[in-house]
Each structure stands twice: as structure tokens, then as C-alpha cells.
Design a binder for this molecule. Structure first.
Ligand code: PAF
Length: 302
């Protein structure tokens, strides 16, 4: 069968693509007369199965699903990281359409920041911004809040879908929703992993096959901690994990254990509190993050 016929068979419905906020607003106003829930999946593109699981969840829960692709300059504290962020736009559009996204919002920087990218507003994120990603990527979460705040104002979804891989980002967004009084339900979907355990991430596209194998050691280091975790001091476990990563040529920014509900870093565990183990490490010049959540069945933090 010629390839164009396969293409036609796969795409069952049309996805609308808008570049301007006023078109998104007008379209949603119209469709919301007959649809009651709008799910929103914000992304920076270079889509992988993790993103698609968010889309899938949104389609299960909501009448309409909107995705956005925008590589937000204000959340990059490192210009090289911004310049090298993977772009696979054509493939992304095809994938979103094929997987039943109703609308793609594809703004440019002027559309997102009509008054320029210098922040006009400060989001009071408190402690959350002082640790882990907040500490190692100064300004990162202000940039995330800036863009998500604007996206939510445009799309005004009923549900927002985000991935647990960015655990701290999920907590920040939860805080943003409260700070800005958004009436949006945040739904966190589990991290998807490659067979090796490597958490799916757009930045993985920047890794060679060899580096991908190496990067799976980040997850292994988290699992090592999980296996050996017991009440008492945690100092030795963290140090051991750090050494393990360095030996594997993954250079950690941090490997930490924190209370799952507050992200308070702990050095001593009482054996009861739910925990999250988080790591950020460099493979070459690519910085990756990952986490695992250790919680009782009934608790729900994010
Ligand atoms: O997680 C991401 O891809 C980005 O931080 C987000 C939420 C799309 C904001 O730019």
C-alpha cells in the first residue's frame, strides 16, 4: 500500500491548529456550548509516549482535549539548554492528530508574551522555589508559572494534565492554581519509562544510544535507595547513591529524599511519612531529572 494511503487510514479526524489566543478563546467558547469539560495538556513539543499518556487520560476524562506546544524561553536558566531543546514539530502535529487531540495551540513568543518576556509578576512560591530544581535552576519555576498562568487564562480548561516525572513542577502548578484562583482540576499521570527504566523525556532525544543506557542508572540509583530505605539516618544512602552515579559517569546535581507532601528534604526518616526520592544528573551536557514516590495506598499529594 502506498505510504500516503496508510497516512489517510490512520488519521480519522481533523485537529484544529491555532496560533493566536483570540482564535483559541473563540473556538472554545463555541464548542463549550455543547461540551462541558475541557482537558488541557501543555507541552514544549518533542512529544513522546509520556505526553501521549496525558492526552489519552484527558480524552478519557474530558469532552474536548487541547494541547499546546511552546518552548518557553523564560523557564530556561541555561541558554545552551534552550537552544538545544529538541524540536520535532511536524512529527508532533501528526502524532497529536493521529491520537485524537481536538485542538493544538501553537503560539509564538509574541503571542505568549505580548509585553515582552521580562516578568511583570512574581509568583509567591515560597519554600518550593528554594530547593532541588528551584535551587539548581534559579528562576525556572517563575518562568513555568508565567507561561502556565497565561496558557490557563487562554484555554480556561476544567482539567489540567501533567506528568509525575516533573514532581516538583506539579507541586508548583498546584500552588499556582491556588494563588491565581483557577478552578481547574490537576491530574497527575505516572512517569512512563523505557525498558531500561529511563524516564521518558524530550531531552532523551539529545542522548546517544550509549548515553541512554548510562542515563538509566539515574533510575537505578533511585531504586537502590528505595530497596535499602529504613527508619533512621538517610545520609549514608544519599552519599552512596551519589557515588554510584559518579562512578557511572552521571554527574548529579542532587539526589535527595523528601517528604512527599511538602518536599521538605529529610536526613532522618521516622518510618511513617510518605517520601519522594528525587534526582537530577548530567549525562554529558544533558540534564535529566527523575523521581519515585513511596507512599501509602490511601494518600494523594499532588
Ligand atoms: O513540563 C513542561 O513541558 C513545561 O514545563 C510546561 C508545563 C509545558 C510549561 O512550559
Amino acid at each position: 500500500m502506498p505510504s500516503h494511503q496508510c497516512f489517510a487510514l490512520h488519521i480519522k479526524r481533523k485537529m484544529i491548529i491555532y496560533k493566536h489566543a483570540f482564535d483559541v478563546i473563540a473556538y472554545l467558547k463555541k464548542v463549550e456550548q455543547t461540551n462541558t469539560s475541557t482537558g488541557f495538556v501543555p507541552t514544549m513539543g518533542a512529544l513522546h509516549k509520556g505526553h501521549l499518556s496525558l492526552l489519552e487520560k484527558s480524552k478519557q476524562v474530558c469532552d474536548i482535549t487541547v494541547c499546546s506546544i511552546f518552548i518557553n524561553p523564560t523557564q530556561f536558566n541555561n541558554t545552551e539548554d534552550f537552544k538545544k531543546y529538541p524540536v520535532t514539530l511536524e512529527q508532533d502535529i501528526y502524532t497529536l492528530e493521529k491520537n485524537g487531540c481536538d485542538m493544538l495551540f501553537l503560539p509564538d513568543v509574541n503571542e505568549m508574551y505580548p509585553q515582552g518576556t521580562i516578568a511583570k509578576k512574581h509568583f509567591n512560591l515560597g519554600y518550593l522555589e528554594t530547593v532541588l530544581e528551584g535551587k539548581y535552576r534559579p528562576g525556572h519555576f517563575q518562568g513555568v508559572c508565567q507561561v502556565v498562568n497565561r496558557l490557563l487564562t487562554i484555554v480556561s480548561p476544567t482539567h489540567l494534565f501533567m506528568g509525575q516525572k516533573d514532581y516538583q513542577q506539579c507541586m508548583v502548578i498546584k500552588k499556582l492554581l491556588a494563588l491565581e484562583n483557577f478552578n481547574v482540576q490537576l491530574i497527575i499521570c505516572p512517569t512512563l519509562r523505557e525498558e531500561t527504566g529511563l524516564a521518558m523525556s524530550s531531552r532523551n532525544l539529545r542522548l546517544s544510544d550509549e548515553q541512554k543506557k548510562q542515563a538509566s542508572d539515574i533510575y537505578k540509583s533511585l531504586l537502590n535507595i528505595k530497596e535499602k530505605l529504613k527508619p533512621g539516618t538517610l545520609h549514608f544512602l544519599k552519599k552512596e547513591a551519589e557515588k554510584y552515579l559518579i562512578n557511572k559517569n552521571c554527574i548529579p546535581d542532587y539526589i535527595e529524599i523528601a517528604e512527599a507532601n511538602s518536599l521538605k528534604i529529610i536526613n532522618e526518616w521516622n518510618g511513617k511519612d510518605d517520601l519522594v526520592i528525587l534526582a537530577a544528573a548530567f549525562i554529558g551536557d544533558v540534564r535529566l531529572i527523575d523521581n519515585i514516590l513511596l507512599k501509602r495506598q490511601d494518600s494523594f499529594y499532588l
